[in-house]
Design a protein around this ligand. Structure first.
Ligand SMILES: Cc1cc2nc3c(=O)[nH]c(=O)nc-3n(C[C@H](O)[C@H](O)[C@H](O)COP(=O)(O)O)c2cc1C
Length: 336
């Protein structure tokens, strides 16, 4: 299979040799992991809150630390929060992350949530590309029309806050996205369930330009989560990965453990009611998310806290490898 124009564009936008990104992860994105993925020929993306809150770096110093470990490019994830009083503080923090990232010569911004229009303008003025996370075709077409350079399509097999549509369905937006962007080499990334060379091949054949992995890179030597978490990923089958809204209020994929299963996989009263009503939904989500972050913090460092986010790609993960071995296993050289 010869390389598509949109895969070529993805490799140009990222500066990677292999069209495999390691997505932002809280927990999981320690700076050494981000650097190791880029150094190996893939492309690491920083999760700013993980870098600062979880791994203790000042944001700018953390970026410089990554640059001291690799001279290959890497990206930064920016969350776009609503323009509301409740979110004002976090909105400002993310604006500062963006400013520092561009100042430190980061040339790839991956935006999550919200409308990317303002960030596209700022990033393009400073020579950076913007890729945006979406979980359905409508949002994909909208973001393409807003001038993003590529899209990350989140599917129903991914780890973390999971999408709801199969990868084979969301990618059907390709034609409309190309029309909306005015470009026939528009990169689309498949995020979710990819951990093997076969998965990558399947994604490329379905019309994707490359993949964004998370779970596969958790089970690497460079990732600083507990050995218990890594072993659980290696030992799990896809059926062991369950969806729960009990942790963060939205659906996330986690490995089934007694702690996760305790009291069921769905929120109970009063949160089930609060999540259904527009007025109370964001309040309930904020509250649950705060609790989830505390659990994820503990799960990153304490083997006895077993709230382990992971995607259905656990099936293809058979060992804890180095990032170089993971990238090599995707077999890209033989695909070109
Ligand atoms: C432990 C874990 C934490 C994650 N945290 C985030 C996050 O903070 N922000 C984000 O945009 N995506 C997050 N993700 C999603 C990843 O960036 C990536 O899109 C996803 O893991 C791809 O699916 P896979 O896990 O099946 O490979 C997380 C995923 C995992 C597994």
């Amino acid at each position: 299979m010869s390389m598509s124009a949109h895969t070529k564009r993805l490799l140009k936008d990222t500066g990677a040799r292999v069209p495999v990104l390691c997505g932002p992860m809280y927990p999981g994105s320690n700076p050494e992991l981000v650097a190791a993925v880029s150094e190996a020929g893939g492309f690491g993306v920083v999760q700013p809150i993980a870098l600062t809150r979880l791994y203790g770096w000042d944001f700018r110093e953390g970026l410089r630390h990554i640059k001291s470990l690799t001279d290959k490019p890497f990206g930064v994830n920016i969350t776009i929060l609503p323009n509301s009083a409740a979110a004002a503080k976090y909105r400002k923090i993310n604006e500062e992350f963006l400013d520092v990232a561009l100042d430190e010569d980061v040339k790839f911004i991956l935006t999550s949530l919200g409308k990317p229009d303002d960030i596209v303008k700022i990033a393009h003025e400073r020579g950076a590309k913007v890729y945006h996370d979406v979980h359905n075709e409508k949002l994909a077409v909208r973001a393409a029309g807003a001038g993003v350079d590529g899209l990350n399509l989140l599917n129903d097999r991914m780890g973390g806050q999971t999408g709801s549509l199969p990868a084979s369905q969301i990618v059907k937006c390709r034609e409309e996205v190309e029309r909306a962007s005015g470009r026939d080499d528009f990169p689309l990334l498949c995020a979710g369930g990819v951990s093997t060379a076969g998965n990558l091949q399947e994604a490329l054949e379905a019309g994707y330009s490359g993949v964004q992995c998370g779970t596969r890179f958790l089970a690497t030597q460079e990732c600083k989560i507990t050995d218990a978490y890594k072993e659980a990923i290696v030992g799990a089958d896809a059926d062991d990965v369950v969806l729960t809204n009990k942790l963060a209020g939205t659906f996330s994929s986690v490995i089934r453990t007694p702690q996760v299963e305790e009291g069921g996989l769905r929120v109970g009263f009063p949160f089930n009611h609060m999540l259904k009503h527009p007025w109370t939904k964001s309040l309930a989500r904020m509250y649950l998310l705060k609790g989830a972050i505390e659990k994820y913090d503990q799960a990153a460092f304490d083997p006895d806290v077993q709230y382990w986010q992971a995607g259905k790609g656990v099936d293809g993960i058979e060992g804890v490898l180095s990032c170089q071995e993971v990238i090599d296993q995707f077999g890209w050289e033989s695909k070109k």
